[in-house]
Design a protein. Structure first.
Length: 234
């Protein structure tokens, strides 16, 4: 077991009020692997304090003291493809139907989708008019979004894949991200407008399997993901 780094997730990258956005946290630990990865979230990722990153047997673990927060393992790739590839205007229209608009919800101040803040990604996902079983949102990065050289930081793409995967079947419920797998097909430019789509892939009791993708203006896939959302017992 080798400690390879320490990372700190800034408070602005929250999902629920007191912990990190799940996709952002998963992308943070996945940076220590090359290529696609599957990340299991084992505890709420804390904000604004150093977390140890440990490598062992090809896997990478993020720890908060003795608490194991997340574990990542490499994947060969993902084969999920979106059922529809909407234009940016269609995705922008879907955002007007965001399920948490005007609602006091645990995700209301989420960095990615929170409708109660104006300093996040602004991806207020909602159902497409023509395909209400599919979420859509628009990502317009802007200068305040973390970047590397001329492209958006990869943990931001992981975050942007997370919230839209909260498929319409989950509206009216509270579920938390438990496992997230993502593949970045290509880097996204810092001035590039992307469309996010998310859809359900089946449920088993409290467990909901969903998927998401980021598409460019021509509908080509920039990144894709699969998610496991779990409804808490209480």
């Amino acid at each position: 077991m080798d400690a390879i780094s320490h990372v700190t997730i800034e408070g602005r990258f929250n999902g629920p009020p007191d912990s990190a956005n799940g996709g952002y946290a998963c992308g943070t630990v996945a940076r220590f692997l090359s290529g696609p990865a599957e990340v299991s979230l084992l505890a709420p990722p804390p904000l604004d304090r150093p977390l140890e990153v440990v490598s062992e047997d090809g896997r990478v673990t993020m720890r908060d003291g003795a608490t194991q927060v997340a574990e990542a393992r490499p994947l060969d790739g993902l084969d999920c493809e979106p059922p529809v590839r909407p234009a940016p205007a269609e995705a922008a229209d879907a955002q007007t139907r965001h399920p948490f608009l005007g609602v006091d919800h645990p995700f209301s101040r989420c960095y990615v989708c929170g409708a109660a803040r104006d300093d996040g990604l602004g991806m207020h996902f909602g159902p497409l008019a023509a395909r209400p079983e599919v979420n859509a949102a628009v990502l317009r990065p802007g200068p305040e979004v973390p970047a590397e050289a001329d492209h958006v930081a990869r943990e931001i793409l992981w975050a942007a894949l997370d919230c839209p995967s909260y498929a319409p079947e989950l509206y009216g419920k509270l579920a938390l991200l438990a496992r997230f797998s993502a593949e970045i097909v290509r880097d996204a430019g810092i001035e590039e407008t992307l469309v996010a789509v998310g859809w359900g892939e089946g449920a088993e009791g409290r467990k909901h399997h969903t998927a998401s993708a980021l598409l460019d203006a021509e509908g080509s896939t920039v990144a894709r993901a699969r998610a496991l959302w779990i409804e808490p017992r209480s």
